[in-house]
Design a protein around this ligand. Structure first.
Ligand code: SAH
Length: 391
């Protein structure tokens, strides 16, 4: 009985030996045996040396995603160990904390469960599923979440785009426990109401948690503008940090309503404006804010969008800089994986030139610590945040 196995082409094993978790279709020399989509198969280099095991899906451009480097079975006990290890890592990072009960428990490849993100909101969990291998093991995953964390409700989100690509049913639902629609949480002492099944991502942009706290620390006495505010995260952090005034802009009416509710729940004063951020910045009084945050959605969805995205980011940054007083701060973000860190810096430089302002970067940031990844896995790196002093 020989095991189903993928053998790599000569010269293609190096990144995988060094911790990269993905096998691209063009790196595969042969598929030994008859694995079915979703099965666990082993991976060998061209000389037949065992590298690890992972989830197989011949429909994908990434037919194998590794979940272990050890010669071990990938079964219910394995999943339980992975969830326990993910939890231990978060505990080591201080999560949850006294004033924060929302965090990422499992970050897909970063926790050796490729295709599974689990975000914790108080005593509930949201499982975000993007691969067939994970979709086929939901029962084991939910059992492990209940056993390791004692969560009360498990929400499940399987975005149709991934589900169609990988070949499993998409959709969102309460998978286990009480059928609730919203969960009260606290982040850095700020009270928020999360709606996992009707919000974006898993309900919150947890990746910006540490940067929201940082902005809070820079906000004392400042007139703050939070563009692309969603539920108001940056603006609320600024208000808590002692901002003199906070304006939050989002094009979604739903977002504006949530910002207003969150401001009330935290006894904060925030002017929430329903507007396109570009339009708002074009008509804003120049040099009237001490601290401006721009955290837009992905401009570059695919490589072909890159040029349009570059122009969009450049214009947005120029407009945002114009709104900053001389001697103020711009916090600028990009969550486009296709725009790398170096490109984003060049875009900010071009924006400064367009705005006729001088900027100095004083801090480079990325996602919060609970979004850990294997080294060299650039496919998983998406969020870049630059803190700039605008002269
Ligand atoms: N800063 C937020 C996350 C922002 S997500 C946080 O810390 O939680 C991006 C937000 O941009 C979404 O709420 C979306 O409604 C909003 N958005 C998308 N296009 C927009 C536009 N053209 N103008 C203003 N807001 C926009």
């Amino acid at each position: 009985m020989s095991e189903n196995r993928i053998v790599l082409r000569k010269g293609r094993a190096r990144p995988l030996w060094f911790g990269h978790p993905w096998v691209y279709a063009n790196a595969v020399a042969s598929v030994d045996g008859k694995p079915a989509a979703g099965d666990v198969v082993s991976l060998a280099d061209h000389d037949g040396r065992f590298i690890g095991r992972g989830f197989y899906n011949p429909r994908s451009q990434i037919p194998l995603r590794l979940c272990t480097r050890a010669d071990e079975a990938v079964d219910a006990a394995f999943i339980r160990r992975r969830i326990a290890r993910a939890r231990a890592a978060r505990v080591r990072l201080g999560l949850p904390a006294g004033d924060t009960n929302v965090y990422r428990l499992c970050n897909s490849e970063g926790d050796d469960l490729p295709g599974l993100v689990v975000d914790i909101y108080a005593d509930t969990a949201v499982a975000h599923i993007t691969t067939l291998g994970i979709a086929q093991r939901k029962t084991e995953i939910y059992d492990a979440l209940e056993a390791e964390l004692g969560v009360r409700t498990i929400f499940e989100i399987a975005p149709p785009a991934y589900a169609d690509l990988e070949g499993f049913p998409g959709g969102s639902r309460v998978a286990r426990g009480a059928s609730i629609t919203s969960v009260p949480v606290v982040e850095n002492g700020i009270r928020l109401e999360v709606e996992p099944l009707s919000g974006q991502k898993t309900g919150m942009f947890i990746d910006q948690r540490e940067t929201r706290a940082r902005v809070g620390g820079l906000a004392r006495g400042a007139r703050v503008l939070d563009c692309y505010a969603y539920a108001g995260g940056f603006g609320l952090a600024a208000a808590r940090g002692g901002a003199a005034a906070v304006t939050a802009v989002d094009s979604s009416a739903r977002a504006v309503a949530r910002i207003e509710a969150h401001a009330a729940a935290n006894a904060a004063t925030i002017t929430a404006v329903e507007a396109d951020a570009f339009r708002y910045l074009e008509t804003a009084t120049p040099r009237s804010f001490d601290l401006v945050v721009v955290d837009p959605p992905k401009f570059a969805r695919a490589r072909k969008d890159l040029e349009a995205a570059r122009k969009g980011y450049e214009r947005l940054n120029a407009l945002a800089m114009q709104a900053v007083v001389p001697g103020g701060i711009l916090v600028t973000c990009s969550c486009s994986q296709n725009v790398d860190a170096e490109t984003f810096e060049r875009i900010v430089a071009a924006g400064a030139k367009q705005a006729g302002r001088e900027v100095r970067i004083f801090e480079h940031r990325g996602p919060a610590a609970d979004h850990m990844l294997p080294p060299g896995f650039s496919e998983g790196q998406y969020l870049k945040v630059l803190l700039c002093y605008v002269a």
